[in-house]
Design a binder for this molecule. Structure first.
Ligand SMILES: [Zn+2]
Length: 140
């Protein structure tokens, strides 16, 4: 088993989601009986005009590193019809409090990190929280 970022013209650092795809490819290498890869992309992702490039990269990573084809490894998106706020609502509160999406956390109190509200992930989350005030208090 191996991961070769350079095979896709990539050099570290790479996006965390790409690392997950490489990790998924490693698992599939170890378990070639796996025939479906489930990706967590949501409806908001598919609205992004650049998302097709991301989809292409997912396919490149998985098919190159598993040596499987579209016929022998399906890539499915089981939550592609859910908006971000619907995903947030579907997660139990105790589990939701353990999630983190900010790329550049700030110290907001002694020994306490909080969201920066400036990175792309914070901006998306802040927009969702603004549009859905019922989620207020869900995130730090
Ligand atoms: Zn942030």
């Amino acid at each position: 088993m191996s991961i070769d970022y350079a095979s896709l013209g990539m050099t570290p650092p790479v996006w965390d989601s790409e690392v997950i795809n490489f990790f998924g490819a490693m698992i599939i290498q170890a378990h070639p009986e796996i025939k479906v890869f489930y990706d967590g992309a949501i409806k908001d992702d598919f609205k992004d005009p650049d998302f097709q490039n991301r989809l292409n990269k997912i396919a490149d990573i998985l098919y190159l590193h598993t040596q499987k084809s579209k016929e022998t490894l399906k890539i499915e998106f089981p939550i592609r019809n859910l908006l971000k706020y619907e995903v947030i609502q579907s997660i139990p509160e105790d589990l939701l409090k353990l999630t983190w999406s900010c790329r550049y956390p700030k110290i907001v109190a002694p020994w306490t990190f909080g969201r920066c509200h400036e990175c792309p992930q914070c901006k998306v989350l802040d927009r969702v929280l603004e549009e859905h005030p019922e989620l207020e208090g869900t995130f730090v």
